[in-house]
Design a protein around this ligand. Structure first.
Ligand code: PHE
Ligand code: ZN
Length: 858
């Protein structure tokens, strides 16, 4: 084991930088294998004593170093170079040579298809030049790019284009300047040939901003939705937070090779093309939704991330939790707040709760990090957003806005901490948030146990809430947290509802209500007001009352899910295959009410996912739960066939448009078709085939394919062949096809995966392809992945060993489903542990994977 992989950085060790760099001139002479980078920095010492200057650098060939014009020999150190005996302020020049065409990590400068592009967050700038690659060093950049003109007609960087011109040998150059000081992680460069879509936006103070969207040649017609989304986001941020854009141009470039969703580089966002390109024929309603939300997310970062940035990477949630919260608010305002909220709750329950229950558990502000890329996590992002949401709930809309205003007033242009943010919220509202701050340092999912008592004589109704956070892998001691608990109290006598938001701070608290004539029903956690698990014993009848009469859509959905889950766990435990009548009645009654709210009922008619069920009980009964879920699905399909059919038939949407109403209808029909495909009704197969042939949009097409995928209908393979013939040249659409195959339950699952990976469209170097095949299998094909012979775990591990040297970030995300091994049965635990040992045996294992495997075996 190398020493280097084992070193962890600690939040407690933070030291301010000894040197700042006020200005940086960067010159790139682009070349596939030998790109020359010249960096000229204006350096100022911040400390009085004669401190050394440490510059990060990785995978660089050093051409030379000059201090104040004189050649200088730096000391080579671990992960960088050290300069000593320096003047208080001086010019530093460094030349490096890099190899973008062989950079498969997609971090630093690399080639995506034919274009040069960069990805610097979190610590990728050090793969471009030697530099203090930390967010508290903020610098004004001027960037000159030189490249072949024919191959790279567009040369882009942050800020404004100052000048451009031609050179001999068919080359040309461009000079960019970004007037805003920024950390190195927000630097970007792009050089390539694209289709360009242009538009403009006038800010409310009257400034004209040019909007530019750069996409692969031939894809311009798929760019309009992204541009429209950008304009909506710009208008929303002005109206909601009074925040305006601050440069003359806003550029978005879509690339095919990208590790994440997108990146908020100042004035020059880089996007995974999957979050840009859409037209009805190739993109689903979900794609349209995601594009709108990711475009907005990156735009919102301009204030929450760029104008006010992070002091160090432990503070990542400062920008990510807040920006995710803002994009959720935006999505809710653009469409259906209830549906946006349910999506988010699913992310929390399926993924974040699992992370907190496993070896990588960490607070939203981690305290110790081996590989920063491992902390772009559902905890930092999504639980981080839940923490901001709780502040919003506790302070109210207006109080939250006052806190935001103060935050920007105090910290514009600075690199700050999560504490600074909470302090601004606290000062603007004159409240004490000291207990609330614990959310930033404590990991784990609190459990909220609910008890009720009713005194018939006085009519008094009391609610007792007990919170408990169990020890997590990273932290033993836990304390009570400050959280808003929104409740609805349903009075059965007159179906009236009282709503309260309780501010809970103690381990155990009691709240009194009443008087009531009869014992009311309490529905806890309206809107999922805190990221906790609720434990409450309720009868079927009480749950049914909530399903029918609660006002908050989340509560209605949650009560239905809880009723279903409870029986699924019972069936899983007993191996019983008879489905209780109460579930059939529940679905029957929901189907009769569908028209009241198609969007919500579509969600309610969907069974809780295996991933959610797995989070509710430990050890996870993998086979039992999967069998019970299948059994219930089939039973509902066969008992209620006519209702599924009638509901599906009633829906007609007309020509495709991405609107909330249409999307809800399509979603509802998709749910019905999935049941119908399991129904054995005569003619089902030809009915589905007809729908496939009639479909003029990807949402309906995929609904048919999904329905077939979840059934045993032979139609699946026929349609998949047809689909492939039609789309085989379109990689983004082929990702859907790959995922349908990889997620399908079948006996020869692994050989199918091998065939997919040999497909002409597959490439181990492209993260989207890898995620659609290997990711879908590991995350969403539980029968194949958890096969009791261990073949699924072995398959994934073999693949990790192959892909880790190519792209450790992608490998490190793919290992996630194995991290839940602690909740599995003994035999599966052993099988996974065996695979972890294989990984540890690999001498070249990346720091990314090493951190996760090490923590798993602790
Ligand atoms: N900062 C990006 C976002 O959330 C995510 C990202 C992180 C992208 C690291 C690339 C690399 O918007
Ligand atoms: Zn972000």
């Amino acid at each position: 084991m190398s020493v280097r992989r084992d070193t962890a950085m600690k939040l407690a060790d933070y030291q301010p930088p000894a040197y700042q760099i006020s200005e940086l001139y960067l010159e790139f002479e682009l070349d596939d294998h030998r790109t020359r980078v010249t960096a000229i920095s204006q350096v100022q010492r911040q400390t009085s004593q004669d401190a050394p200057l440490y510059l990060n650098g990785e995978a660089l060939e050093l051409g030379g170093v000059w201090v104040a014009g004189q050649p200088y020999q730096p000391e080579m150190a671990e992960g960088g170079i050290i300069l000593q005996d320096l003047p208080a302020s001086f010019e530093l020049k460094i030349e490096t040579i890099i190899d973008p065409a062989n950079n498969s990590s997609l971090e630093g400068l690399y080639k995506s298809a034919g274009a040069f592009c960069t990805q610097c967050e979190a610590e990728g700038f050090r793969k471009i030049t030697y530099f203090p690659d930390r967010p508290d060093v903020m610098t004004r950049y001027r960037v000159r790019i030189v490249a072949d003109k024919q191959a790279y007609p567009y040369l882009l960087s942050n800020g404004n284009l100052l000048d451009q011109g031609d050179l001999d040998g068919g080359r040309h150059w461009a000079l960019w300047e970004d007037p805003f000081a920024k950390p190195s992680y927000l630097f970007a460069l792009v050089a390539g040939d694209f289709d360009l879509l242009s538009d403009s936006f006038t800010t409310r103070s009257g400034r004209d901003v040019t909007l530019q969207l750069y996409v692969d040649k031939g894809n311009a017609y798929r760019g309009q939705h992204a541009l429209d989304s950008l304009k909506k986001a710009m208008a929303w941020d002005e109206q909601k937070y009074g925040l305006e854009y601050d440069l003359d141009v806003y550029m978005i470039v879509a690339v095919d090779f990208f590790n994440m969703g997108a990146m908020e580089n100042k004035g020059l966002n880089l996007f995974n093309s999957k979050y840009v390109l859409a037209d009805p024929a190739s993109a689903t309603d979900d794609d349209y939704f995601n594009i709108e939300s990711v475009i907005a997310h990156e735009y919102f970062h301009n204030w929450t991330g760029n104008r006010v940035t992070c002091r160090d990477w432990f503070q990542l949630s400062l920008k990510e939790g807040l920006t995710v919260f803002r994009d959720q608010q935006f999505s809710a305002d653009m469409g259906s707040p209830a549906i946006v909220r349910l999506k988010q709750v699913r992310v929390m329950r399926e993924h974040q709760f699992a992370e907190d229950a496993g070896p990588m558990s960490h607070p939203i502000r981690p305290e110790e990090v081996m590989e920063m890329n491992n902390f772009y996590s559902v905890t930092v992002y999504d639980k981080g957003a839940e923490v901001i949401r709780m502040l919003h709930t506790l302070l109210g809309e207006a109080g939250f806005r006052q806190g935001m205003d103060l935050y920007f007033k105090r910290h514009d242009g600075q690199a700050v901490t999560c504490d600074d943010f909470v302090q601004a919220m606290q000062d603007a509202n004159d409240v004490d948030l000291s207990a609330f701050r614990r959310w930033y340092s404590q990991s784990g999912t609190p459990q909220l146990t609910v008890g009720t008592t009713f005194e018939p004589q006085t009519g008094r109704f009391s609610l007792s809430l007990t919170q408990l956070t169990a020890a997590t892998a990273d932290q033993h001691e836990k304390h009570p947290l400050h959280m808003p608990v929104a409740v609805e109290i349903l009075d059965g006598a007159n179906n009236s509802v009282q709503k309260h938001t309780l501010s809970v701070t103690q381990e155990k608290q009691q709240f009194d209500f009443g008087p009531f004539d009869n014992e009311p029903v309490t529905a806890i956690l309206a809107g999922f007001s805190a990221p906790v698990r609720v434990k409450q014993i309720q009868s079927d009848a009480q749950k049914q009352q909530i399903i029918l009469h609660a006002q908050d859509p989340f509560l209605r959905w949650d009560a239905a899910q809880s009723l279903i889950s409870q029986y699924l766990h019972e069936m899983a435990g007993s191996g019983q295959t008879s489905v209780p009548d109460v579930l059939i009645e529940l679905f029957d009654s929901m189907l009769r009410r569908v028209d009241q709210d198609p969007a919500l009922f579509a969600e309610m008619l969907e069974l809780p996912s295996f991933e959610t069920l797995a989070q509710q009980n430990s050890p996870i009964r993998v086979d039992g739960l999967l069998d019970a879920r299948d059994c219930l699905k089939r039973k509902l399909a066969r008992t209620l066939t006519d209702q599924w059919q009638a509901t599906a038939d009633r829906i007609s949407t007309g020509a495709y448009q991405y609107t909330q109403q249409q999307a809800a209808q399509r979603r509802l029909r998709g749910v019905c078709l999935a049941y119908l495909a399991l129904s054995n009704a005569p003619g089902v197969e030809s009915h589905l085939h007809q729908l496939y042939l009639q479909s003029d949009n990807m949402t309906d097409t995929l609904a048919v394919l999904k329905a077939c995928q979840g059934s045993e209908l032979a139609l699946f393979d026929r349609l998949m062949e047809d689909f492939e013939a039609k789309w085989r040249h379109d990689s983004l659409v082929m990702d859907k096809w790959f995922a349908l195959h990889a997620g399908k339950e079948r006996n020869d699952c692994l050989s199918k995966l091998q065939i997919l990976m040999a497909h002409a469209m597959y490439s181990i170097n492209n993260p989207n392809r890898v995620r659609s095949v290997v990711g879908t299998f590991a995350f969403y094909n539980p029968r194949g992945f958890h096969a009791i012979d261990g073949s699924g775990y072995k398959f994934l591990t073999d693949y990790l060993l192959q892909t880790d040297p190519i792209n450790p970030q992608v490998a490190s995300r793919l290992i996630t489903p194995m991290l839940a091994f602690g909740q599995l049965d003994e035999s599966r635990q052993d099988l996974i542990r065996h695979q972890f040992l294989r990984l540890l045996d690999s001498p070249q294992l990346s720091r990314d994977l090493y951190e996760k495997v090490r923590k798993s075996l602790r």
